[in-house]
Design a protein around this ligand. Sequence first.
Ligand code: EPU
Length: 438
Amino acid sequence: MNDLLYVNGGNPLNGTITVRGAKNFVSKSMVASLLGETPSVLRNVPQIRDVKVVSGLLDLHGVNVKYDTDAGILDLDPSNVESAHVADIDAHAGSSRIPILFCGPLLHRLGEAFIPDLGGCRIGDRPIDYHLDILRQFGAVVDKRPNGIHLRAPRRLHGAKISLPYPSVGATEQTLLTAVRADGITELSGAAIEPEIMDLIAVLQKMGAIISVDTDRVIRIEGVDRLEGYTHTALNDRIETASWAAAALATGGDITVKGATQPEMMTFLNTFRKVGGRFEVQDDGIRFWHAGGDLKSIVLETDVHPGFMTDWQQPLVVALTQATGLSIVHETVYENRFGFTDALRKMGATIQVYKECLGGRDCRFGQRNFHHSAVVSGPTPLTAADIEVPDLRGGFSHLIAALAAKGRSTVRGIGLIDRGYENFQDKLEALGAEVVRG
Ligand code: EPU
């Protein structure tokens, strides 16, 4: 596949596109199928590379995976789960962080698991210390070797009282996927409560798990001896929705996102309105448009749910380059998520990054040498450039910038965007963009 996209920018994006299941839920829900004694069916599954990667990993472990791409239906049959060869798992290394979430289910089913060097977006160190601590607390033996991490469960894993130092999405999912089959009760405090996690809890409940979400980020799980398969329709992708909304704003366009739902988008919608965007919630989607006139600068801080998602930050920053005045953006989830602004500067944006916590409270990255605050001064017209995609969301942001910039841009490394944006080239064309794969 060609990894280069020529973009003739400077025109508003107008029209309607559809989003399907959330990348950051679908992959976890696919892993959950490993816990069932019977097959599972997942609906509303988008055709993105992460689904292929997780299907490949499940297949290696003996799960029979059938994917009807048009209907978006995945059939997952875990009747013959087996240990995969380390070399085969390793072949998937570098492409995803999902292997770490296989550990709990595999330890229950097979008594062992292996984690290769993990991939995923380069947006910070992305350590796995919380995951390994959690698995140890359930009774797993963790052995770090040169080729990866080997885990064993000498006996049935047992419930634990776990407290997360930070409400990590992955660590919360790790706890859920391990606790549901562990012996006894697990209490997790400091849990992440993102909508994708709530949907995973819904899946696990359908499978027979007993999970209660209490106040103040506490989740209690009563382990059970057996889980069945599930049938579930994935919640839609709120990151993709916000990405298209930001594209409407940055290009002065009007985009209706079918499948977008208001409850998961509330925090984004508030910010979108403050910047000067308009939206209309419809029965089957949300319409986002630029109301004309000046966009307004804002002070923005990313946070865990129900705060403003870190994954919404990058696309919105492109729109902020077109807002009048100084916008301040404080990234508190990842220490290194402003690398993508280099390309925006090259295209004419005025963006300065700072190590200090600007615009609000101090976060855990203050005083630690990370450029995690940005000041965007606008409006600045963007000009076409030759740019390279740095990571998934940063890459989509580059695309938005190229679409907003007058002239022909070359966006390289476009394959990364396939990881999380279904048929994005078709969608761009449907919105009137002039794009050609090189
Ligand atoms: N962290 C640790 N140690 C750990 C795990 C996390 O220090 O063991 C730190 C991370 O370094 C980060 C913070 O905790 O600073 C939050 O990370 P989290 O664990 O919440 O992120 P994740 O589970 O690895 C998922 C999504 C990300 C999304 C974040 C936050 C998936 C596959 N990925 O990552 O999505 O940004 O939650 O919502 O679900 C994307 O879709 O482009 C993406 C990066």
